[in-house]
Design a protein around this ligand. Sequence first.
Ligand SMILES: Cc1cc2nc3c(=O)[nH]c(=O)nc-3n(C[C@H](O)[C@H](O)[C@H](O)COP(=O)(O)O)c2cc1C
Length: 377
Amino acid sequence: MRNLKRMGATLLALALVLGMNLTAFAAVEDTGFSDVSADAWYADAVAYVRDNGLMSGTSAAAFDPDGTMTRAMLAQTLYRAAGSPAVSGSDSFTDTAEGAWYADAVLWASRQGVISGYGSGLFGTDDPVTREQIAAILWRYAGSPAAEAGTDFADEADISAYAAQAVDWARASGVVNGADGNRFLPRASATRAQVAVILRNYLTASAPAEPEQPGESPRVLVAHFSATGNTARVANAIAETTGGDLFELTPAEPYTDEDLNWTDENSRVVYEYENPDARNTELVTYTPENWDEYDVVFLGYPIWWYDAAWPVEGFVTENDFTGKTVIPFCTSSSSGIGESGQRLAGLAGTGDWLEGQRFRSGASDADVQAWTDSLGL
Ligand SMILES: Cc1cc2nc3c(=O)[nH]c(=O)nc-3n(C[C@H](O)[C@H](O)[C@H](O)COP(=O)(O)O)c2cc1C
């Protein structure tokens, strides 16, 4: 490997760095390297890459922060960050040495498409890695995410086409910032200290989220009124597919078949329909146990005269839906759900009411499941 080119002024390095949250990281008391003082701008990044086994010193006592990072070194660092997965075979580059310390890393990086060679069989093993190369390499390592172009750097025109999107991504995600004068300096080679900072920025920003703890999934209630069983069947299917609890809204005086005969002008429903004051249907229970614990409330009803059957209204007005997502659903012979959901939301005055869903009276479990799946609960 040829001698590592040194970059001179630390100030230039500081200007180059890519300094998301530089001050957000606590200063380290002792870096363990004689050439990295505890108050250096890169000290905690060096500690991070050392503690995470990503970069080691160039000797037992030295980190060589101003030393140039070669492409082979970067391959090795990313390979370690990926957990050093097993590889077999050998690469086809003409400038890599079989069995070298970087051999597995270069093989892995080229096979993953993270660091491709220059063409003509060259990997550029000992070449210093440039700032635009680092951006491109990390971008590919991150899975080539799409990025907004954002504000151009003053030297945007100097950025190679292959790295343009990667630089946009790196800037947008806080992995790199510009140097003085809003310059990116795409062809400047990066020091080991700079690479440590970039890697720390990238890896801490992309650390996987904490896995969701059991019990954090929303608790679901499926409340429903059903006079002839159609809405109840849909409610059962919703509870089945969402793991929700059923809560049936039962009128204190149940509706008989005669009561429901809307073709009989003397029936109960016709009377109640024609006399809104009589629609105040008393329920056996208005509030389920553990009401406060539910995050999502499905609310089901049949359509009566193009609107929600009124026996659900007592449930809506008697309960506080604050903090809950409410999802109306209905069954009907042919009418749509219309404005019924909005009307109930207005009666409730609380809760986050989503657009509702109408099912035909004979809806299948598969119809219901397709809908609940689409909700992505
Ligand atoms: C009083 C009454 C009024 C109804 N009005 C309508 C209506 O306006 N539009 C419609 O498509 N179906 C209407 N239907 C049919 C019901 O909405 C449909 O049968 C529904 O699936 C019944 O649900 P359930 O079995 O849960 O009570 C009405 C039924 C009754 C009893």
